[in-house]
Every structure is written in C-alpha cells, then in structure tokens.
Design a protein around this ligand. Structure first.
Ligand code: URA
Length: 428
C-alpha cells in the first residue's frame, strides 16, 4: 500500500481538495491499526464536515471501512434477506414488530443493531428489558437462528467495520456526527458488511432526527441508496416524519409493551402505519409483492415469529416487563387541540428520566420513559392527563420537566391537520 502523511491529507481536505482512493484506503487502514492518531482523525472528520466529500470519495470511504473488518454472507440460506435501518428517532420501536412481521412472509431479517446514545433509544436496550434476552450471539448462533426462525436482532460483533466503531466514538465527542459523508459511510459500511441482499432505509426528518430539514434528509437518503446499489444491495429509502414522537410510549420496556400491542393487532395508528409501510417495502425489494402485510399483524402470524425470535435468544416473551418506581403526571393546562408536541424535547426528557445514557458505559433504567396520553392533533380538556413520566429516582423529575418546558402547544380554535408520516421515497 502507498504511504502518505496523515497531516498532508488533513491539509488537503482543509483546503477543499479531493482525496484519492489510495489516500482514503491508507487513512482508514492506518486509523484502524492506530498508526493514524485519534487527534488526526478528529481533524479530518471536522475538515470533512466543513468541506464535504464527492460521491466518489464517500464510496471509497465506505468501502475502506468495510475492508477494515469481516463481512457476512448467507450463501447457505434458502430464504432471501432484507433489512431495515432507521437513522434514529424518539419512540422509534418499529424494528421490534417489523422484523418478525417480515419473517412471517418467508423473508429472513438479519439485523445487527446498536445501543442508544443521546436522546434516541437503541434497539438492543429495548430488547434487553425482556427477562433473559441476550444481545450477544456467536456467528454460528446467528446463522442458525436466521435459518430456523427467519429473524435475528443482535449486537454487531467487534469484527464488523471496526474503523466505523472507532470513528463513530470520536465523532460523538468532537461535534462531527452530523456530516452527511460520515453518516452515510458509517451506516452503509455496517449494513453492506452485514451481507443483506436488500435494505430499506428509514431516514427520519424533524426535530427528533439528525436531519432537521427535508432537503438534507433527501440528500443523505440519495447518497446512501447509491452506496447500497453500487455495492449490489437492493436499497431504497423512505423519508419519515420525526417532528413528534412515534406512538404513545417512549423508553425501553414501555416501547416493548407498545410493540407487543402492535403484534397483537392493536397499537397506535402511526406505529402500525409505519410498520406496515416498511414491511411492504422490505418485502418488495426481496421480490414479494401482492402480500397482505397488515393481515399478519391481525391473525397472529407476526406474533408467533416474535415469540420464537425472543425465545431463541433466551428471552421469556411472557415475563412481566420492568416498570419504574416513581411516576409524575403532566396535566393539560387548557381545552383545545395539541398543535405541537416536540420529539426532541420529549426524547431528551425521557433520556433524563433514565431511559438513555450519556456515556456508553452508563447503566439505563428499563422502566424509565414517558407515556403520552394524547398525540399531536388530538383534542384534550383542561386537567386531563397529557403524559406520565416514569423513573426509578424521583430527583430526575425536575430536569425532565425542564426539558419538556414549551414542548407542547394547545390551541383552542385549531383544526387538527392529519399527521403525515411518509414524506417521500427514494428508489434505487
Ligand atoms: N448511525 C450510525 O450508525 N452512524 C451514524 O453516523 C449515524 C447514525
């Protein structure tokens, strides 16, 4: 491999230059081994955030991150594979009902997932609130469960895109998370290395998402769809609303409870709509069209898969979910319609109640979070409960209430415009 000097590559990007394929390969390979130092990679990440990257550079960066570790494949599997990735939001528990729902149609879902950091929750944290459930599987266990059950949600092993693991941790503490080239290469390197044949991206837009406006979300979606297609993964993206929380429950065990309601044929309409929409898209990309997705939620097929999926990883699907010790109810101050209910503020409050972590080694409270008693667009009466805050430590209420200050608006004469979940789609 050609030899370069990290400082020269940083200066090149600082001056808005393009890095060659050889330079990017060298940088990522040497960052993975530690020969390029964290402070150099931090400066490079900031130069990329400020000056951007061409499509060719983003593709090279993604490929170099994949090459930093192992890749999986499903050559021996009879079923086609399809996966979904969400860029993260408040109350976004969709993976939980979605994976068993898609598997119920004979399409295997190999989902390697992460933990939550900041105000967005992580799928593994949610599932770990189920008694006995185990996130860490060996490669052999993973392949066996995929073949026998058809759905696995587990922790990505250390061997998958290790360059991304290092870089993501660095970005988190250097103010460089929001760069489109870095987000796109981070997400797609892991998903391509995971080996799925098709992939639906749920790119969130709004206050509770990385992308606050739709133009940037569209750009991120286009870049990721192109990366997937270039790597031979049949990829598409849905742009979906994250200006207000999804569903009524926010917090780990609370979100599992709501997911089980959806799998039992109930649950809030927005969660059901997005689950069905994403399942249709995952199935379409895997070659299954003309299937009645919603019926599998109503008739118990998706629930059966869920129970198998949880049991296969040591979880007890019938165990009681953890609940918090302390509760605080927020009442509506007026009669009217909820015309604003801000996702970021609700997510931050839930996090402060103990549902999330500030550093990756922090413990979380499985029962902590927020239950909404009404959603955006609904009518409420003065004195009616608007939300219940849950935590194990009552001292947390004050900071959570500060986060909620100004998070909702109730207007007397307002006409509720129906909430639109699906904002746009980008096909490969
Ligand atoms: N999720 C990731 O895996 N990486 C990012 O950069 C952002 C969200």
């Amino acid at each position: 491999m050609a030899e370069f000097a990290a400082v020269e590559l940083i200066m090149q990007k600082r001056e808005k230059g393009e890095l060659s394929t050889a330079e990017i390969n060298w940088l990522i390979a040497n960052y993975t081994t530690g020969a390029v130092a964290d402070e150099q990679m931090s400066a490079m990440a900031m130069a990329i955030l400020l000056n951007g990257m061409s499509r060719r550079e983003i593709k090279d960066l993604t490929m170099a991150m994949i090459a930093s570790g192992e890749t999986l494949d499903y050559a021996g599997l009879a079923a086609p594979t399809s996966d979904k990735h969400s860029t993260g939001g408040v109350g976004d528990k969709i993976t939980l009902p979605l994976a068993p729902l898609v598997a119920a149609f004979g399409v295997a879902v190999p989902q390697l997932s992460g933990r939550g950091l900041g105000h967005t929750g992580g799928t593994l944290d949610k599932l770990e609130s189920i008694k006995g459930w185990r996130a860490a599987l060996s490669n052999a266990e993973f392949h066996k469960q995929l073949a026998e059950v058809g759905a696995v949600i587990c922790a990505a092993g250390a061997g998958l895109a290790p360059a991304d693991k290092k870089l993501y941790a660095l970005r988190d503490v250097t103010g460089t998370v929001e760069a489109i080239p870095l987000i796109a290469s981070s997400i797609m390197s892991k998903k391509i290395a995971e080996g799925t044949s098709s992939l639906v991206l749920d790119v969130k837009v709004g206050s509770g998402a990385f992308m606050k406006n739709i133009d940037r979300a569209r750009e991120l979606a286009r870049v990721m769809v192109q990366l997937g297609q270039d790597a031979g993964v049949n990829t598409s993206a849905l742009l979906t609303d994250m200006s207000t929380p999804l569903g009524l429950e926010i917090g780990n065990a609370l979100e599992v409870k709501e997911s089980v309601e959806v799998l039992a044929g109930g649950g809030p309409a927005d969660v059901v709509e997005l689950t069905v929409e994403l399942a249709r898209e995952m199935l379409r990309l895997a070659g299954k069209v003309d299937v009645d997705v919603a019926a599998a939620l109503k008739d118990g097929r998706a629930m059966d898969k869920w129970r198998q999926m949880i049991s296969a990883q040591g979880g007890d699907p019938d165990a009681e979910l953890p609940t918090a010790r302390e509760h605080h109810v927020v009442l509506s101050p007026a009669d009217g319609v909820i015309t604003e209910l801000d996702a970021l503020q609700v997510g931050t409050a839930s996090w402060r109640l103990g549902a999330g972590r500030a550093r990756k080694e922090d413990p979380i409270q499985f029962g902590a979070g927020i239950t909404l008693h009404a959603q955006l667009g609904e009518k409420v009466r003065a004195g009616q409960p608007l939300m219940t805050l849950h935590t194990d430590e009552a001292v947390r209420f004050e900071r959570a209430m500060e986060a909620l200050d100004g998070s909702f608006k109730i207007e007397a004469a307002a006409i509720a415009a129906p909430r639109k979940i699906l904002l746009d789609r980008i096909d490969g």
